[in-house]
Write a protein that binds this ligand. Sequence first.
Ligand SMILES: [Zn+2]
Length: 403
Amino acid sequence: MITSTTGPQPADFADVRATNLAVVLRFVREHAPCSRADIAASTGLNKATVSSLVADLIDRRLVRETGLTENRVGRPATMLVLDGSPYAAIGVEINVDTVSAVATDLAGERLLTWRRSFSGGDSVNQGVAGVGAIIRRVVSRMAKEERQVLGLAVAVPGLIDVQGTVRIAPNLGWHDADIGGDLAKALRDPGFPIQVDNDANLGALAEQRFGAHAGASDLVYLTGELGVGAGIILDGRLRRGGRGYSGEIGHVQVDPEGPACHCGRRGCLEAMAGIGAVLRRDPSPAEIQVEVEEVVRLARAGDAETVGNLGAVGRSLGVGVSILANLLNPEVVILGGYYVPLAPWLLPAVHEEVAARVIASEAGGVQVVASTLGYDAAALGGAARVLDSVDSGRLPGGLSRIP
Ligand SMILES: [Zn+2]
């Protein structure tokens, strides 16, 4: 026991305890079912501390005890697993004509997946009102299930600064918008944190936690929407850059003689390998899905012009991917959005360019694959970001706060 008054201040104890609670929670997430002794042996925390931390996590219903197991040396141990049944994490993706919402429990199991049409392009106020209405319904569904919302993270296609302000979302026509603050007002201060992030960043977090390459510490997620952006995870962490604007690979110039880009420059990757290049025109957002399906149908039927164009798009995309591979040496580059249904025709050309352009042998070991997470990857990534906050120590309060 500490009796001295000159020792660490209470805030220090609180910080250390929160950190240790998070360490134990992460251990249980990764190794469940596991015993208190397993936690002590692997984390270096002493057994009494582990018991106290586990009691706290059980009290918060983040962890629960399951039966005894005897298949080990010594006494039978009570095993622990993640609980989290009274909680939900919500992710929302705002796109030009749709809003996707995903809710998961603490273990990442999906509770809800919604996709609604939406017209946010008119004004920020209208957009926030529309998105707010959808979020209110998700929150009320979670309340009916007696779940406390741990947090909400919203994906927006655009430049989002490190404070979460939307600096510019060209396809939505939004700029300098505090979407998080506006949503908090629209939801009448809901009592859970609201974060706003770039869609590619959240797509990358979804892949890191839920994708076919979950756990990869160096991965890049590429959005294949009207825009092309990269979410970059290096050494296990999302890398936003100084002001939050990393990953704008879509505006790296691939061909100085190439077609005009929305940004006013020429031959950007987005102009050469975005969905506009696939469809060979500037599509209206509402038509993209149908038109991409038509391209897939033609490609399957062996239509030479379609297959030839997809090969050209794939080569440009391969140039972009090899820039990423030379610069960042990721283990895997994951193609998301509309690239997924087109992957059978894009990937051969991408692989060829990567093999030819990456200086390291075997292209530095990079794999280029299509996402397995579907169109709501960024929304799922929003839920992943909320779970990341919990795993890093922002724990919900004790059960006394839950009705
Ligand atoms: Zn551009």
